[in-house]
Design a protein around this ligand. Structure first.
Ligand SMILES: Nc1ncnc2c1ncn2[C@@H]1O[C@H](COP(=O)(O)OP(=O)(O)O)[C@@H](O)[C@H]1O
Ligand SMILES: [Mg+2]
Length: 351
């Protein structure tokens, strides 16, 4: 097949996305496909170019990827570096190249990519892509909206409130919240802008930091305990992975710096707890409509109560990422998983 692996973009997870994209590209090439790794924002070339033999030049055209820095990328600098400086999110030739592909593998993370807008545009442009559709992506991306879906599907989730920038309240006593609490941007990812607030004096700075990224926040009760993630492929849960940061919580650095978290798969949980969490992950996928693949994050307190934090529609895809580790636990290696995601997604179009 001719495949475009779409990565980059303008989200805070731009760099992480290139690492996913690079790994998926290598795997799909090893599986025998012609694969172009393309930056959705920077595009290919500056003007409209002849694309007839574009997949024969796949390797030469593809983005070359470096190691990921420890901090989030400077997006203003990325924007300033695009030659055409147009308001179009899609870089030069991106739509035309994607239309030439048999399928686009979505290696994007964060804002555009996970929020469903690209999926909606691709539906209209007649472009096939991997993963969830526009509506379920949009629901999962918005932590306030997805929380309502968890509640109506009877999936437990930390009690929380939404706060908009224009209705900002700095005094905790005026809010229906207790300490400790967690402040996070409503539609972010990779723990960017997330703060655990233990004292009232830390609340204002936490709001300042989160509002730097977005105009809407989720503030929810802090759950002290163990952290897990559960992948779901076509409605069926994979083995659970436990994530234990060596220091602090599962923040940006701990997510992407090798050796900073201990990951155990399958997680050391009783059969009963395993089944319960897997069931919740499947219920989340069903409720939101994540019918190809997804990965949901959970916390478990000391009494064994489970809480769903969020559903990720385009989880990280490197051989050591969480979902690939879970697939590996049932004997599906990384290259096979990439191929499965293509197959599952294509099957949806053929229904
Ligand atoms: N209510 C909570 N209680 C305890 N820790 C939390 C809570 N919400 C988030 N966290 C911590 O912050 C991390 C990021 O939060 P999450 O909701 O998964 O957002 P994202 O991964 O999209 O940035 C989690 O992996 C967890 O370590
Ligand atoms: Mg998360």
């Amino acid at each position: 097949m001719n495949i475009v692996v779409l990565a980059g973009g303008l989200s805070t997870e731009r760099d992480v996305s290139f690492i996913t994209g690079d790994n998926v590209t290598k795997a799909l090439r090893e599986n025998g496909h012609k694969v172009i790794l393309l930056d959705v924002f920077m595009g290919y070339d500056e003007k409209e170019v002849e694309l007839d033999d574009v997949f024969d030049r796949a390797e030469e055209i593809s983005v070359k990827v470096d190691k990921i820095p420890e901090t989030a990328p400077d997006l203003e600098a990325v924007k300033a570096s695009r030659k055409d400086q147009s308001d179009c999110f899609f870089g030069p030739n991106v739509i035309r190249m994607c239309q030439k592909a048999d399928i686009v593998f979505m290696a994007l993370h964060g804002e555009n990519g996970e929020n469903g807008k690209i999926q909606a545009a691709f539906d209209l442009f007649g472009i096939r892509y991997t993963g969830s559709d526009y509506l379920s992506s949009a629901i999962a991306m918005d932590k306030n909206t997805s929380k309502q879906f968890f509640i109506s599907a009877n999936v437990p989730t930390p009690r929380g409130i939404a706060m908009k920038k224009e209705n900002r309240i700095d005094e905790l006593s005026k809010l229906d919240l207790t300490l400790p609490c967690v402040v996070k941007p409503c539609c972010g990812g990779s723990s960017i802008g997330v703060t655990i607030v233990r004292n009232e004096s830390e609340f204002k700075a936490a709001l300042d930091d989160a509002f730097k990224w977005e105009n809407e926040l989720v503030i929810e009760e802090f759950v002290e305990g163990r952290e897990f993630s559960v992948g779901v492929l076509e409605g069926k849960a994979l083995p659970i992975i436990e994530i234990a940061p060596v220091e602090g919580f599962y923040d940006y650095k701990n997510k992407y710096k090798a050796g900073s978290t201990i990951e155990t798969c399958p997680a050391a949980l009783s059969e009963e707890k395993t089944k319960e969490m897997q069931k919740y992950a499947e219920m989340v996928a069903e409720a939101i409509g994540l019918d190809t693949y997804s990965r949901s994050d959970f916390l478990m307190d000391k009494d064994g109560n489970l809480f769903c934090l969020e559903a990720n529609t385009l989880p990280g895809m490197t051989p050591t990422s969480l979902l690939p580790q879970e697939a590996n636990a049932v004997g599906v290696n990384f290259n096979e998983l990439c191929e499965q995601l293509i197959d599952i997604s294509i099957r949806k179009y053929n229904k």
